[in-house]
Design a protein around this ligand. Structure first.
Ligand SMILES: [Zn+2]
Length: 164
């Protein structure tokens, strides 16, 4: 198996090129430098439509991914801004994380699941994040879940017993 495929699988990323990997043993941090494949570049962070590039944004940034055992894992990539006809100047989308999120989809999913299955202390200690971060992640995951499931799907009738 090609090493690029192995890294992509371990990092849980798709439509992404892993350019370099680095392990800082002292800090216990693993950083994968990545870039988007051509088809994923310059898409609006909100609607995902292709847009003209606006500028380089705030430069390279990092997203926390699932740990590799002990080392914490980060994806590092350029975070340019695009000019969307509907959403204005906005940070471009990345396939591994939600818009404005500092964590990958896989990280968010694990935290959201743990929050439903374990104690507050277990989630924060195991994932090495603050409780307020857990709250922000749950809000993001829930917003996406709501988009996928119409709460009134299959509803054929609403009965109102009293009208005041
Ligand atoms: Zn847009």
């Amino acid at each position: 198996m090609r090493s690029l495929t192995i890294w992509r699988t371990l990092l849980g990323v798709d439509k992404t090129v892993v350019e370099d990997v680095d392990l800082d043993l002292v800090a216990g941090v693993f950083v994968a430098s990545v870039r988007l494949t051509r088809s994923m570049r310059n898409r609006c962070g909100s609607c995902q439509k292709r847009c003209p590039r606006y500028d380089e944004g705030a430069g390279r940034r990092r997203w926390r991914g699932l740990d590799f055992g002990s080392p914490r894992v980060f994806l590092e990539a350029a975070a340019p801004r695009v000019s969307c006809r509907e959403h204005g100047v906005i940070v471009a989308a990345v396939p591994w994380a939600r818009h404005q999120a500092g964590h990958t989809h896989h990280f968010d999913s694990q935290v959201a699941w743990l929050a439903t299955q374990t104690s507050k202390a277990a989630v924060t200690v195991l994932m090495r994040i603050a409780w307020r971060t857990v709250g922000a992640i749950i809000t993001r995951v829930w917003a996406d879940t709501e988009k996928l499931h119409d709460p009134f799907a299959g509803l054929t009738r609403i009965g109102i017993d009293e009208i005041s």
